[in-house]
Design a protein around this ligand. Structure first.
Ligand code: AMP
Length: 280
């Protein structure tokens, strides 16, 4: 496994890798877990070479968010990636990604920012799309792999590639969960034992609504009420939003159809968690 930290070293290593076949990129912010590693597996299935980036992108954190405390463990990440068969890891410093400070030109998510998480995290998705566009420009992968855990992010990246003709194939991987159902997330490390025990409420609420959908309930109000009722059983959880949307335009749907996505965000103590389920 090759480790590079600069754009120049990346360019050199990529020209060698590209000569040996198709390349797939998995962008991450590190503190890796099985969810990230499942995307590395998928990258290796989809291409000859798997490239992983680790970069905690300041541009996607709001002023009151957790940039300074975001968990990091580079040595552990590198050994997990080596064991998983990644070919190249790009770990740039902030100055390497943003040599002139905050970029003057950024990518706008347009009207898709006014949906789901975008409404509560102004600037977040512009930061995400900007860094992903930069990574695409630097790595020039054939394929890029993202997790469905960050549902709105995956939708926006697919749309950016389509609308801006970036020429990268975008693939998504399923949400990897802890044995009790909690979606894996680097931010789960913030949870106290008591919070961790209640965080399971998010996936329970989504599963319960999925069960109601399977039983024939498709009304948005009834499905969202089922989510809220279940979450109310977990006093440490504070719902930010729960919405039922179409998986492309992210518009609210009622009634739900097969393929509609039920997405939510909730605070568990002070930690903001997200999860979603496709109704199918
Ligand atoms: P992050 O490091 O949080 O920026 O995530 C990097 C990539 O891993 C994104 O494409 C995420 O959607 C994906 N990811 C994070 N958690 C999971 C999970 N539990 N299952 C699948 N993919 C995930």
């Amino acid at each position: 496994m090759i480790l590079v930290r600069t754009r120049d070293a990346l360019a050199g290593a990529m020209s060698t890798l590209r000569a040996s076949g198709a390349t797939a990129l998995v962008p991450t912010m590190g503190f890796l877990h099985e969810g990230h590693l499942s995307l590395v597996d998928r990258a290796r299935e989809l291409a000859d070479r798997a490239v992983v980036s680790i970069f905690v992108n300041p541009l996607q954190f709001g002023p009151a968010e957790d940039l300074a405390t975001y968990p990091r463990d580079e040595a552990r990440d590198l050994s997990l990636l080596e064991a998983r068969g990644a070919d190249l890891v790009f770990v740039p410093a902030i100055e390497e990604m943003y040599p002139s400070g905050e970029p003057a030109v950024t990518v706008s998510p347009g009207r898709l920012e006014d949906r789901l998480c975008g409404r509560y995290r102004p600037g977040h998705f512009s930061g995400v799309l900007t860094v992903v566009a930069k990574l695409f420009g630097l790595v020039r992968p054939d394929v890029a792999v993202f997790g469905r855990k960050d549902f709105q992010q995956a939708v926006l990246i697919r749309r950016m590639v389509q609308d801006l003709n970036l020429g990268v194939r975008v693939e998504t991987g399923p949400i990897v969960r802890e044995p009790d159902g909690l979606a894996m997330s680097s931010r789960n490390a913030y949870l106290s034992d008591g919070e961790r025990a209640q965080a399971v409420g998010l996936s329970r609420a989504l599963l319960l609504a999925l069960g109601r959908f399977h039983e024939g309930e498709s009304g948005a109000t009834a499905l969202l009420e089922a989510v809220k009722d279940e979450l109310a059983r977990f006093p440490l959880l504070r719902l930010q939003y729960a919405e039922l949307v179409d998986p492309e335009g992210l518009d609210s749907v009622d009634p739900a159809e097969s393929g509609s996505v039920l997405a939510l965000a909730a605070f568990c103590g002070t930690t903001r968690l997200i999860d979603n389920v496709e109704l199918s």
